[in-house]
Design a protein around this ligand. Sequence first.
Ligand SMILES: [Zn+2]
Length: 399
Amino acid sequence: MPRTATPLPLSTVPRVADRDRRRTSASVILRSVLEHGPVARSTIARLTGLSPASVTDYCALFAERGLIREAAAPRQARGVGRPHVPLDLDDRRHVVGGVHVAVPYTTVALLDLRGRVVARRELAHDPADPVRVLTRAADALAELLASAPGSRALGIGCAAGGWVDHEAGTIVDHPLLGWRDVPVREVLQERTGLPVHVDGHARALVNAERLFGRARGSRSVLHLFAGNVVDAAFATHDEVHHGPRSQAGAIAHLPLPGGGEPCGCGRRGCLQAELSERTLCRRARAAGVTDGVNPVHVVRAAAAGDPVAVRLLVERARMTGRAVALLLDVLNPETVVVTEIGSIHREDCLEALRAAVGAGRAASVLPTSFPDAVLAVAGGAVALDALYRDPLAVSPDLN
Ligand SMILES: [Zn+2]
């Protein structure tokens, strides 16, 4: 039966437009305090193109909600009046919680409004029971919050590899964890009573790079995450591409030129099979470099001068560069950020990666901005992205 669309009552149209305009104004003002603070209201008005009166109104709302505060006034401005007192983020009152589910363990963390990790913990887990993994993460977050008195959580972000449906708040399919259709948002929300935002970790880290990292101000950013899971995310301006059911960025089975590693899908040389930290560790074990499954041990062996460990890491970085080159051809981003353990820790790996990308494009390839805290940042970044997109919806009205 054909459906007849019910027309929107005319009076709601301007209201919807108003709401969108309000959200956009609030977002650009808070972003400009994040990026330029301490900053004068008049400078915010100039940077955002909004009227000084409007900037003053939003800033008053943000101050009431504990998101921003007046910074110490510069000496020469004293006595000239409040509009000259610069504003800065208030990073003392609110935090967000972050949960990142990796294959071997879960990371929980608290992040301040500048995306800095203020507390974190790693939890060993048994992925066979997803609900238990998530409830333990929720309880560990509650403990971190209890040990940070005065900090109030605005919400929780959860990030994981694999196919994560941002809108539905579910992990649809994570083959390495063996998770299918896990209702992450529902479980975490019920346990904590806080709003929960869920996304794939490559997308979460693109947002972290845009908001707090080296990709700030870049018009288009590609992020390649090469851990046990290998996936990618792409943002133009401030929008990360999700696609229908958030399936964008699944690159695990793209064929990588020069790759020969057997993949679970039956083919050889798939990107994830080639670049996975599992493969690195298996090769390291076969070569007698380590006896474990932790890639950090390979990095340590290389730092201690083991030439085989160095060769394995440089080779993996080179293959990661080939993967970047493939994606560059398709997406042509201004900036590429790569999270890969070798190029985080070793200059020779970063050089090999950039050489494989090609001289013309190598300068746009950067290692992650969060070398010591990638996973701790990833979870919280999902919640912080929600805050900076819609500050008045995400922060509590304290009145
Ligand atoms: Zn495959």
